[in-house]
Design a binder for this molecule. Sequence first.
Ligand code: BGC
Length: 522
Amino acid sequence: MPAVGGIPAGGSGKAYPGNLTLYVTVTCIVAAMGGLIFGYDIGISGGVTSMDSFLLKFFPSVYRKKHENESTNQYCQYDSQKLTMFTSSLYLAALLSSIVASTVTRRFGRKLSMLFGGVLFCSGAVINAAAKDVAMLIVGRMLLGFGIGFTNQSVPLYLSEMAPYKYRGALNIGFQLSITIGILVANVLNYFFAKIEGGWGWRLSLGGAMVPALIIAIGSLVLPDTPNSLIERGQNDEARAKLQRIRGLDDVQEELDDLVKASDASRQVEHPWRNLLQRKYRPQLCMAILIPFFQQLTGINVIMFYAPVLFDTIGFKSDAALMSAVITGLVNVGATVVSIYGVDKWGRRFLFLEGGVQMLICQIVVTAAIGAKFGVDGTPGELPKWYAIVVVLFICIYVSGFAWSWGPLGWLVPSEIFPLEIRSAAQSINVSVNMIFTFAVAQVFLTMLCHLKFGLFLFFAFFVLVMTIFIYFFLPETKNIPIEEMGRVWKSHWYWSRFVEEEDYPIGGLEMGKGGREVKEV
Ligand code: BGC
């Protein structure tokens, strides 16, 4: 592996020495597995809700509608508030727990939050596998949600703090990669479990969530703490030793000094939440809200949660529908690997912009294809094969556009732009906003499909256009900039510079600004 060195893009900043050691790589791979539980869950819910035996047991009215309506309006067959509540209850729970996780992560370290996440998720999986009624299903899903709130809050921060800054993008995207692997595994399992005689395969699908939960729970016990987190908790000697081990060097003084200074500044802050409202954090606060909002408004989860339902709706047989979900799952994993390769080379902005344009084009094509075939009354007649191939192909191109842009960057960029003193609180905002809008999309999608019909895809296309323009004008490039040095990207930005004063982020980094950053209480 090449040694890290040189001046980072953007000029006056620092370049800490340090290698991409085996130790840091293995550590980040283990931590990134925290994404598996999130992904597994995203993939599993769409699949079980298209299994007849599951619908018949828990949502008989949906089952009846689905089978009575075979020749009539396809758009509305799955429209049921109870069914969407099953899918989306988890996201409300995740939203609440990510706020609690902020304090745990800040006071007791990133690892403990990961452990809580794994344990809560595991108990939810047990209850779901044993479910006898809808209430049990929903309680189980809320526990899963509590688990996800903890892991999604802590894992991205953990990865961004551990990684040498030149490889931060690639290592952080390990989180998104395991989300996509989780989704894929869930889709494949659904495909096979749906075929089990006796129709109890859904219990295996839901119970299978225990496996990724145990992986992250056990993983969190063996992982080291990040140096930033050790310093934040006053353990400076351990932090030095850890940093030496992670970077594979004896001389880590410069980076350590900066971490200590960032932590001193952070300690003077008594109210991280209130602190976030200070003018100088306006750019970070806007990003913590807008990035997850836009990520969900790409419409990706329409595909992720409901791919089998969607393919079923547009006329594929149930089996072919599950199979198509496996195909989109594979594309999702493959395209994420592309972003791991490119994110620290081509930069975040390039991926965001390219991915946005690609998604936009596909959404327009899919709208036209579905509209032409179904019209507004939702009766397709016989579907020609070429038509099915075109729809699946463009959905795959759309998924790949998301998977190398908003998917990974929606987690990476927020986790790397927050200064230590607000990092944990700001990351909770990022997770909460993500969950609110994941919830909203999950909750209203089937109803929107029923009423907006194929126009639904244009609704998301509009937002993709807006977010791409937003990135072009407002997101500064963050590749190759050490995490505790990030302030300077705002200072040199045409718009955000008006919110930050010279002394907020001293030139050349923390050590040149006598006494580090000044932290004002509000
Ligand atoms: C998003 C999820 C989405 C997944 C798809 C993640 O980054 O947060 O909502 O389902 O990507 O791969």
